[in-house]
Design a protein around this ligand. Structure first.
Ligand code: BMA
Length: 334
């Protein structure tokens, strides 16, 4: 599979404003009425790694500029002034924008180890008394009509598990909203998977969600530690083309692709054995503290071309493109 990395990569880098001085990565994106919009996860410092969401736009999908010089979402909006908001995903359903996100009530930091996974530094913030649940990531959904002002709708996961990579399908399926999840603690015999996998839940109103069902778990060595959804699925004649990420035993992050049934997306129709993207370029291999991470969070289609936006080493944002037909063909084993 030949994804074309953008020659300008990384296309979005940290700097310019205090709140994004240290890092910007793992963005949401959408192509809407002739404009590419992107919502970045950004941090002004590394310790603590206190993340916000910023809004950018672009005419060509490559050269982006900020719409606002302040974040459009901050963890304080949820009552967690020392928290971190992360890895947004964006869809437009029936004329309104929906953003799913992961929220940590407390920020953390990383110490590089030079051997892959950095050590996590946990801080105690005023009033927290070092409670372990402060480090759980909980996911939720916000809604907006202008991409700037966001209103919380609901949390989609319980507070006592780590559940990230919550991603809405870009339209209702069988009259219901559909959501991918990645509950990290849903492992073991009762859950049917030994490693964290991709799950699916439905809702009539975005507030009450059905019990999730397992869609996919690790199969290949490159996804051996865990997998999770990456970008909102793309609707095709053949099914929902779904990018996901896999983490191997050495903590290398790669991206893969599967096809989910159009009417019943808990059914995997096809899944490429090989990944479509892995850390190769310098900016994908070396970063602030975590090496070897490509982490797609958005896949936007314009004129038959898929623009894949991905965080690199939790430091900056890169883009790669591929014809939709080619990606579909690869997924189907062609
Ligand atoms: C995952 C998520 C991502 C991050 C990645 C690599 O668990 O937290 O936000 O990019 O780790 O650090």
């Amino acid at each position: 599979m030949n994804l074309a990395r953008c020659p300008e990569n990384p296309i979005i880098v940290p700097g310019k404003y205090e709140w994004r001085k240290a890092a910007c990565f793992n963005p949401a994106a959408i192509y809407d009425e002739g404009v590419f919009y992107l919502i970045e996860r950004a941090a002004g410092g590394l310790r603590p790694f206190h993340c916000f969401l910023g809004l950018l736009k672009s005419a060509d999908g490559i050269h982006f500029s900020h719409v606002r010089d302040t974040p459009v979402v901050a963890p304080a909006d949820f009552g967690f002034p020392f928290g971190s908001i992360q890895d947004p995903r964006l869809v437009k359903i029936e004329g309104r924008y929906y953003l799913t996100y992961a929220l940590r009530p407390s920020s953390y930091g990383y110490a590089p180890t030079g051997i892959g996974k950095p050590e996590e530094i946990r801080y105690t913030f005023p009033g927290e008394h070092g409670r372990p649940e402060r480090f759980m990531t909980r996911s939720g959904i916000m809604v907006s009509d202008d991409l700037i002002h966001w209103t919380q709708i609901a949390y989609t996961t319980p507070f006592d598990i780590n559940d990230r990579d919550n991603i809405l399908f870009p339209e209702k399926i069988g009259g219901k909203f559909a959501l991918l999840r990645r509950p990290e603690e849903y492992i073991g015999a009762t859950y049917g998977t030994d490693t964290p996998g991709i799950w699916l839940a439905y809702s009539d109103d975005l507030r009450e969600w059905s019990e999730p069902v397992l869609v996919a778990a690790a199969e290949q060595p490159w996804e051996g530690k865990k997998i999770g959804g990456s970008a909102p699925p793309i609707k095709t004649e053949a099914g929902w083309l779904t990018l996901y990420h896999g983490v191997d035993a050495d903590n290398v992050y790669r991206a893969g692709v599967m096809l989910l049934d159009r009417e019943n997306p808990s059914k995997v129709i096809a899944r490429a054995k090989n990944f479509i993207l892995e850390p190769v370029e310098y900016y994908e291999r070396f970063g602030l503290y975590i090496p070897n991470v490509v982490f797609p969070t958005a896949a936007v289609v314009k004129d038959g071309i898929v623009y894949i936006y991905y965080g690199v080493t939790d430091t900056a944002i890169a883009c790669a493109t591929v014809p939709l037909a080619e990606l579909l063909n690869f997924t189907l084993g062609g």
